[in-house]
Design a protein around this ligand. Structure first.
Ligand code: ADP
Length: 438
């Protein structure tokens, strides 16, 4: 190219000198040069016009204009660039088609939206699972198509670490798990997975546990009743039966406690719908539970400190909250040696409302903490023999908090005591009506 450039320059200068020489030959060298320049300019303008028109409509197939000399090289160079651009475009189109085809073949619904939720693209499964229509829904807000406050809150919160479970807006029998990822310029990639089968299995498990517990309750009540009567009349029985009877009575009351907790847990697991309808007076509830906890403490003479710094009501189911808080506060009594301190604190700040139950008890090894809320998980299996716990208390507390959009935080170190904190969202706090303020 560099080599051609100096050749073309020499050619142009040579032509202009030739024009000047022809002009000089007839006595007008300047006219000769001017005519040469005008001719060159005219030719240049014609080539520039051809280029201009071609650039306006290069088309997928039309070739660049043909010419000679410098302009010929420029046109050739542009033609090559254009062809390689077309090839690249074809390759990208093929890749995009492939990605779209594979995404279309997915069983999960995939949707792309911008930051505000404007629908840009979705696959066939999204049409089936969520009822989107290919022709009319492009450019619509996703919140107009999935009209669910929980989905809007999840979409806007930008915290997508945990998936969201919803019913399909188009087919209510389908249960979907929604997972959002951020990409590009704050755009969203939404994946909707059909979890109906898992949901049904989970439902069957809950129903099974609930039904079995219910069915066992009646025979167990009969056995416990007879055992109680026998223990009360133990004097009429041969002494060799006393120990056996006492053990049987103890074990049957353990089983009763277990069945009561299992029934409670399965009720709480399906009890989401009641938690938004009622208001709970936290001050009264906490004081009542602490009163019962003092009675449970009995001869262990724990020192209780109760601090309530927020007088607002909490939107939530009182009996569920009572179960959760009692389990935490009674655990503090069970796992704190005699004369230890138990501090219960209810407060609110910008992050929400918090109930903290702190004790100076035996503490928990941090490696157990992530699993403590699993059913029947015990930090130290030898401990529960003394405490008579069912192993379901923290599972109940966790499910109650989930029902109330809250979460349970556990801080503890062996020998240093423990702190269990129930966090609730700020939106659940409601001012007391004026007449109920004492
Ligand atoms: P349990 O009926 O055995 O108390 P929970 O579900 O209430 O069952 O608690 C699970 C386990 O967590 C307990 O077995 C115990 O090891 C541990 N734990 C709970 N609360 C405390 C506490 N305040 N201090 C020490 N350990 C605790």
């Amino acid at each position: 190219m560099q080599h051609n450039w100096s050749r073309y320059l020499r050619l142009i200068i040579g032509s202009l000198i030739a024009c000047t020489a022809v002009g000089a030959f007839v006595g007008y060298p300047l006219y000769g040069l001017t005519l040469g320049l005008i001719a060159y300019l005219w030719w240049t303008l014609i080539q520039a016009k051809r280029l201009y028109h071609w650039l306006g409509h290069p088309g997928a197939t039309s070739d660049a204009p043909q010419s000679v000399g410098l302009w010929g090289d420029i046109f050739d160079g542009l033609h090559k660039l254009h062809q390689s651009h077309l090839r690249l475009q074809d390759r990208l189109k093929a890749q995009i088609n492939r990605v779209q085809e594979s995404t279309n073949a997915m069983r999960d619904g995939v949707i792309m939206t911008d930051a505000k939720g404007t629908m840009e693209w979705w696959n066939g499964s999204a049409e089936y699972l969520l009822g989107f229509r290919r022709n009319t829904d492009r450019g619509q807000y996703i919140h107009n198509l999935i009209r669910m406050p929980a989905f809007k809150a999840y979409f806007d919160a930008r915290d997508y670490r945990e998936p969201l479970d919803i019913h399909s807006p188009a087919k209510p029998h389908i249960h979907l798990q929604i997972q959002i990822s951020l990409f590009g310029d704050d755009d969203r990639l939404i994946v909707a997975k059909d979890v109906t089968r898992l949901y049904q299995l989970e439902q069957m498990r809950r129903d099974f546990v609930g039904n079995v517990s219910h069915e066992m309750r009646t025979p167990l009540t009969v056995i416990s009743g007879y055992l109680e009567t026998l223990v009360d009349n133990a004097d009429d029985l041969p002494p060799k039966w006393h120990r056996a009877l006492n053990t049987m009575a103890q074990q049957s009351s353990r089983m009763e406690a277990l069945i009561t907790d299992l029934i409670l847990l399965s009720k709480i697991e399906i009890g989401e719908q009641t938690v938004n309808d009622t208001l709970t007076d936290m001050d009264a509830l906490i004081r009542q539970i602490c009163h019962d906890a003092r009675a449970l403490s009995g001869q262990k003479e724990h020192e209780f400190s109760v601090q309530i710094t927020d007088q607002r009501l909490l939107k939530g189911d009182e009996s569920q909250l009572r179960s959760a808080f009692s389990n935490l506060i009674f655990n503090a009594v069970k796992y704190t040696p005699a004369r230890g301190h138990i501090t219960v604190n209810w407060s609110a700040n910008r992050d929400g409302a918090h109930l903290s139950v702190r004790d100076t008890g035996i503490g928990i090894d941090p490696r157990h903490i992530p699993r403590l809320t699993e059913r029947f998980y015990r930090a130290d299996p030898s401990r529960h023999k003394d405490t008579g716990g069912t192993g379901l208390g923290l599972a109940i507390a966790k499910h109650v908090l989930l029902n109330h959009d809250g979460n349970l935080e556990i801080k503890s170190r062996i020998g240093d005591g423990s702190e269990f904190i129930c966090h609730f969202p700020r939106e659940r706090l409601v001012e007391r009506a004026p007449e109920s303020v004492s």
